[in-house]
Design a protein around this ligand. Structure first.
Ligand SMILES: [Zn+2]
Length: 301
């Protein structure tokens, strides 16, 4: 397998907007019955030519508004959330001096509410999404949408017509660095952001491979000279600990999961990828090592 040369480095800032609570055993084998908090992580990316880009969006107040009634109310029962209006991605960006209309591109990993929750706050953005994730959801009624963890009302109006499916628009490219995967979708055409297929947790879920010019987080400083190769793996693993210790969630845990076998395969693939490329920093969307939550905010039972 020939590795391509590295793409254009980007600036990366990991952020989160709200969190949900679950018993720990739902997300990691051998976890306890105690309630643990899972931040809804997203990534703010600055591309040298294309400007501000988001990978996922976290929650928004719309989640609560849309889950007041059945059947969607069951979604909130399954994943109770903690969210304050100031947590919204759009509000946090404003505090960084970034206006909503400066976000030129939003990349969605999959269509669960904690990833698309803030999508409507970025009306000027071009949305890139995996068609394999959206196609199975498009025509579901309310009950089956709820079971799939999908609230259609979170998407911008006209999403199906206006957004861009990556499989049909991005070119296929070999991956930089050692990887068990043979390639991915080169989203911007310069190798800077490469979407890779990590299905299972949700159908068609993608991760995003990039080179962070300044490292992803102080907790995981660059392990090599130059930019840090990062894989934002969305929900293909729930935590770095689960990956390091090979503890995928127990199959009996009743989590919303599209395909358990595909999940196991994607999880195993991440472990092989990490072994092949020890310098790669893998960032799960809900991992507190990358998205810290103040413990005083987390109600424990
Ligand atoms: Zn998810």
């Amino acid at each position: 397998m020939s590795a391509r040369t590295e793409g254009v480095p980007v600036e990366l800032k990991l952020m989160s907007a709200g969190y949900c609570v679950h018993p720990e055993f739902v997300t990691i084998r051998g976890g306890s019955l105690r309630t643990a908090a899972y931040p809804a992580g997203f990534a703010l990316i600055r591309h040298p030519a294309q400007g501000w880009i988001l990978f996922d969006t976290g929650y928004s107040a719309r989640f609560e508004a849309l889950t007041r009634r059945l059947p969607y109310a069951l979604y909130r029962r399954l994943t109770p959330i903690r969210y304050r209006e100031e947590d919204a991605a759009v509000r946090q960006l404003a505090r960084l001096g970034i206006r909503a209309d400066e976000i030129g591109t939003v990349i969605l990993s999959h269509f669960h509410a904690d990833h698309i929750g803030g999508a409507r706050d970025f009306p000027n953005a071009r949305f890139l999404y995996p068609e394999a994730a959206y196609a199975p959801l498009r025509r579901l009624g309310p009950v089956r949408s709820t079971r799939a963890g999908f609230l259609p009302g979170l998407l911008p109006d006209g999403f199906a017509d206006l957004a861009t499916p990556i499989e049909r628009t991005a070119s296929w490219t070999p991956l930089p660095g050692p990887s068990p995967l043979i390639g991915g979708w080169d989203l911007l055409g310069d190798g800077s952001l490469i979407a890779v297929s990590l299905p299972g947790h949700a159908a068609g879920q993608i991760g995003l491979l990039l080179h962070a010019s300044d490292g992803p987080h102080p907790a995981a400083p660059s392990r090599a000279e130059g930019p840090t190769r990062c894989l934002l793996c969305a929900d293909a693993a729930w935590s770095s600990l689960a990956l390091r210790e090979n503890r995928p969630p127990h199959p009996a845990a009743g989590i919303v999961m599209d395909d358990r076998r595909a999940y196991r395969d994607s999880f195993a693939l991440l472990r092989r990828w990490q072994a092949a490329d020890p310098a790669l920093v893998i960032v799960p969307s809900h991992c507190r090592e990358f998205f810290p939550i103040d413990d005083r905010e987390v109600p424990l039972r």
